[in-house]
Design a protein around this ligand. Structure first.
Ligand code: NAP
Ligand code: HSE
Length: 434
């Protein structure tokens, strides 16, 4: 069949950070894109809420649609580019309308796919169209392409990573400046790093959306965001960041997905990682994804997880693939062949960091050690911290355990509470080796 040389026509819904980034690449790299795609890529029509807003881009050549659904159905649109956001409302309706009208879809919207990935993938296949979403996971890092194409011959073992730049910014800034969470959260807000609903970032939800999409591709399962174990960074204290650093660790909001004999484990939680590991060295808003396959071993991808340029770069990678005629199943295999994931609560053993404030009296530590022993947990390292100015009737004790299951740790920490020597609730943070 002769290659299609006609221009590929985009309908762009959303003219914010990502949408304007797409306009800039389409306008600024027209010749390069034509050469690589084998045909021109043009924007024919756009949509946003406010037609009067100054958007720092020349949109005069594009038709304006107030309704994204109408944009998605236009005859002069081949690919509907959804960069509005939100998992219901216009993003969902317009994406469904685009597929029903026989358009391919490119989206940066992880929330939409985390909630409706299966039904949208089925709708795309029924229409003989594609949904591409490189920009939805880890911004500019081409991790979806790596998993669906480059690593397609592997049985994936584990997928992990730092996938929310805002959380990584907050945690690394707390550590480097010695500032508490609340102060750095406010800084991040003023820098414009936080989503309109900050809990999407700091509650781990945005990163959980991304992990659930990677897990679907890696393990051939239906997207199962509802069973991602989520814990945000709001309870990570500067004390733990500092004490963990003294012991050679960094705290990261880390996602891990792995298929076990019991089912699919997916968790997005604060973890300690070795300070000298690739994840430990990740600074600021950067993302990192670690992919482990049976043949390839470990692959580490690192780069900007957000921002106009990186996210638009990912959108355009998808657009150019479609211009070349490359259509893949949304999650790397036909939607009907994706298995319903059997969710498994995290049970893979790992070492744990424990911090507790104890009454500083004879036998206190022995009681804690007994609780650990009775839970079958062995101590690897133990340290008592004498903080200058701290009350002398209390002691901060840090313990690093040998590998233990989350259930064993919960059993032990519940038992700590009955010893009569604990002053505050203990902190337990998993240590992941990378
Ligand atoms: P944004 O700057 O807030 O822009 C959203 C755009 O969508 C705005 O132009 C807005 O119009 C338009 N919009 C919102 N609701 C609409 C509606 N009902 N009808 C028509 N237009 C509507 O958002 P963004 O940062 O570009 O993010 C867009 C998507 O990309 C989201 O799904 C986000 O999660 C994802 N993403 C963003 C980044 C990033 O770094 N920003 C990275 C990865 C993925 P007005 O301008 O008129 O208000
Ligand atoms: N809020 C997200 C982040 C934007 O901080 O990583 C990119 O998805």
């Amino acid at each position: 069949m002769p290659a299609n040389r006609a221009p590929l026509r985009l309908g762009l819904a959303g003219l914010g950070t990502v949408g304007i980034g797409v306009v800039k690449i389409v306008q600024g790299h027209a010749a390069l894109i034509t050469a690589r795609a084998g045909r021109p890529v043009i924007i024919t029509a756009v949509s946003a809420r406010d037609a009067t807003k100054n958007r720092d881009a020349d949109l005069s050549g594009y038709a304006w649609e107030t309704d994204p659904v109408a944009l998605a159905r236009r005859d002069d649109v081949d690919v509907f580019v959804e960069v509005m956001g939100g998992h219901e409302g216009p993003a969902r309706l317009a994406t469904e309308a685009a597929l029903a009208a026989g358009k391919d879809v490119v989206t940066a919207n992880k929330a939409l796919l985390a909630h409706h990935g299966q039904s949208l993938a089925e709708a795309a296949e029924a229409a003989g169209r594609a949904i591409r979403f490189e920009a939805a996971v880890a911004g500019g890092i081409p991790v979806i392409k790596a998993l669906t194409e480059g690593l397609a011959g592997n049985q994936m073992r584990r997928v992990m990573g730092v996938m929310n730049g805002t959380c990584n910014y907050i945690l690394t800034r707390m550590q480097s400046a010695g500032l508490p969470y609340e102060t750095v959260f406010e800084e991040a807000r003023q820098l414009g790093y936080l989503e309109a609903d900050p809990n999407l970032d700091v509650g781990g939800i945005d990163a959980g959306h991304k992990l659930s999409l990677l897990a679907a591709i890696a393990f051939g399962t239906r997207v199962d965001f509802d069973n991602v174990e989520l814990e945000g960074i709001g309870n990570v204290s500067i004390d733990d960041i500092t004490l963990a650093a003294d012991m050679g660790y960094r705290i990261k909001l880390l996602g891990v997905a792995q298929m076990t004999g019991r089912g699919l484990e997916q968790r997005m939680t604060p973890c300690l990682v070795p300070a000298d590991s690739p994840l430990g060295q990740l600074q600021g808003g950067t993302n990192m994804v670690v992919l482990e396959g049976d043949s390839v071993g470990q692959i580490v991808l690192r780069g900007a997880g957000a921002g106009m340029g990186p996210t638009a770069s990912a959108v355009m990678g998808d657009v150019i693939d479609l211009a070349r005629g490359n259509r893949l199943p949304v999650f790397g295999q036909p939607a009907a062949s994706l298995l319903a994931a059997v969710p498994a609560k995290s049970a893979t053993p790992a070492p744990y960091y424990l911090r507790m404030t104890l009454l500083d009296k004879p036998g206190a530590l022995a009681k804690i050690a007994t609780c650990l022993g009775e839970a079958g947990i062995s101590i690897d390292q133990m340290r008592q911290i004498n903080q200058p100015g701290a009350q002398d009737d209390r002691a901060i004790v840090l313990i690093v355990t040998h590998k233990a299951t989350p259930a064993d740790i919960s059993f032990a920490t519940a038992a700590f509470g009955k010893t009569g020597v604990m002053i505050d609730a203990p902190v337990a943070i998993r240590i992941e080796s990378v």
